[in-house]
Design a protein around this ligand. Structure first.
Ligand code: SAM
Ligand code: ZN
Length: 489
């Protein structure tokens, strides 16, 4: 079976045949799949990444040693699970080929379809493989792919693999289901991805370090701005986990909680679904050094942060289970040879349940908040926009502030840097510094079906807590278009 036989017409599922060097043709429905500069454009190529391929290797510090080290780490983490041969392999999110170089360089694969949504990345990857003399030994094909699009034959692959790729894919459980179908029985998939718990622990420690530095010297500096920006972006990703609409706006979308991704793997039918620790960074100092490097932080601040990290990280890392003491997880899935087991999943709790009014059991259960939120409604065509800004901190994690206008609702997550709010209400560290340093909101909420009644719009403002409860904030019952209100506690 050639690699072309592993492809199928995305429109009708029939076989594809090469028509010269610039297209593939469906043998049944005559659909044409363009081949651009040797790359099969199964899905319309999208930029897919903000990173430019020409600087990706430098940015990600990819060199031959790193290529080797990463592959060694993957194989060590997989241990006895690693098969004698990976067979025909589908690689997702190849980038400039950090993994592709190893897959081809070690002779582990019988053939590879290398994919990425970005044509530029695919071309850069091909260039890197050519430069390393890795082209021409086993069948190799380059194709655009950005998730679960049709284009590959069910059961056509022995292995599916990717590094730092799953984190970009929009709906991961849906993608895993797709991967399950593409693998032959007995096949496997592995992905190297960030460990949510380790990253959160490091961000908590980094926020404590920044809070300490602000206390020593409150003058803002470009370096500190970079640190706050990193904390805010990490907080946004962390608090948007599970919210596909919010995640759709990000490039780097997911961090992975070991048990959750294992459950997703089992739910789609994998007989084995394991999140394995890989490449431990014990004290957090190496991770801090890597982050500072990426941010291009100047030497004095970098040395300060890296030097302080072990002491601050020791507040959080000892709370983690052994396998979570690793910045990345190797996600390992195996498809059994037998029939797929039936599984029962309990229904998800209703996260949009009615809010408890202030002062009730829900508030007592952990939702005491400090906030300063400004709201202003204005006409927007036939509808209304509400500008929501300010900050919000609670003694439990707030995942969203929800503004209800009658039956319509809009939400915003508090994650923007607000060192001023931190200084105002968290000087003695009652809540996590990561929360208080990154608790800002600046969002325009659109209500296309709400006409801007000059008498005022029926208003309810709520905090949706990460743990589930919804808490109603004291607020005027009507929001008059054109008039700004402030909610403060
Ligand atoms: C951080 S890079 C990793 C590249 C390479 N695997 C490595 O480890 O260096 C992420 C890659 O995923 C690609 N990507 C972005 N969105 C994707 C998606 N939805 N599906 C697959 N890959 C995606 C990007 O184009 C980029 O090349
Ligand atoms: Zn067709």
């Amino acid at each position: 079976m050639t690699l072309l036989d592993r492809l199928q017409c995305p429109a009708c599922g029939a076989s594809l045949r090469a028509a010269g060097s610039t297209a593939l043709h469906c043998v049944r429905c005559q659909a044409t799949i363009p081949v651009q500069d040797g790359i099969v454009t199964l899905v319309q190529a999208r930029p897919g990444t903000h990173a430019a391929p020409e600087i990706h290797d430098v940015d990600q510090a990819i060199d031959p040693d790193r290529v080797e080290q990463q592959y060694r780490d993957i194989r060590d983490a997989a241990g006895a699970r690693w098969p004698d041969a990976l067979g025909t392999t589908l690689e997702v999110g190849c980038g400039t080929g950090l993994l592709s170089r190893s897959l081809l360089g070690h002779g582990d694969v019988g053939g590879v379809v290398v994919t990425d949504p970005s044509l530029k990345m695919l071309a850069a990857c091909r260039g890197a493989l050519q430069g390393a003399g890795l082209v021409g030994h086993v069948p190799l094909m380059f194709a655009t792919l950005s998730g679960p699009e049709a284009g590959f034959r069910e059961g056509g692959f022995d292995t599916c693999a990717g590094t730092s790729a799953l984190r970009h894919i929009h709906d991961v459980p849906n993608f895993l289901q797709h991967v399950f179908r593409l693998l032959r029985p007995g096949g496997r998939a592995f992905f190297l991805e960030p460990n949510a718990r380790y990253h959160r622990a490091i961000m908590q420690a980094l926020a404590d370090i920044v809070a300490q530095l602000i206390m020593r010297d409150p003058t803002p500096s470009p370096g500190r701005h970079k640190l706050l920006d990193l904390l805010a972006r990490a907080r946004r990703t962390s608090m948007h986990q599970g919210d596909l609409t919010a995640l759709a706006r990000l490039d780097d979308r997911h961090v992975f909680v070991a048990e959750q991704i294992e459950q997703s793997g089992r739910e789609v039918g994998f007989a084995v679904a394991e999140a394995l620790p890989i490449g431990r960074f014990g004290s957090g100092a190496a991770m801090a050094a890597a982050l500072c490097e990426q941010m291009d932080l100047g030497a004095p601040l970098r040395d300060q942060v890296v030097g302080m990290m072990p002491a601050y990280a020791s507040r959080y890392l000892p709370l983690l289970a052994d396998r979570d003491l690793s910045p990345s997880l190797l996600l390992w899935f195996e498809k059994s040879i037998g029939p797929r087991p039936a599984r029962f999943s309990p229904p998800a709790p209703d996260r949009d349940a009615e809010a408890a009014p202030p002062g009730t059991a829900a508030a007592a259960a952990g939702g005491v908040s400090r906030h300063a939120l400004r709201l202003r409604a204005d006409p927007d065509g036939e509808g209304t926009v509400v500008r929501l800004s300010g900050w919000c901190i609670a003694n439990a994690e707030v995942s969203r502030v929800r503004v209800r206008i009658g039956a319509a609702a809009g939400t915003a997550s508090p994650w923007l840097p607000r060192p001023d709010a931190h200084a105002a209400v968290n000087a003695n560290g009652v809540v996590s510094n990561w929360t208080s340093l990154c608790c800002g909101i600046e969002e325009t909420l659109h209500f296309p079906d709400v006409s801007p009644d000059p008498e005022g719009l029926p208003l309810i403002v709520e905090l949706v807590m990460a743990a589930g409860p919804v808490i109603r904030l004291p607020a005027p019952s009507r929001l008059v278009p054109g008039e700004e209100i402030t909610l403060k506690a």
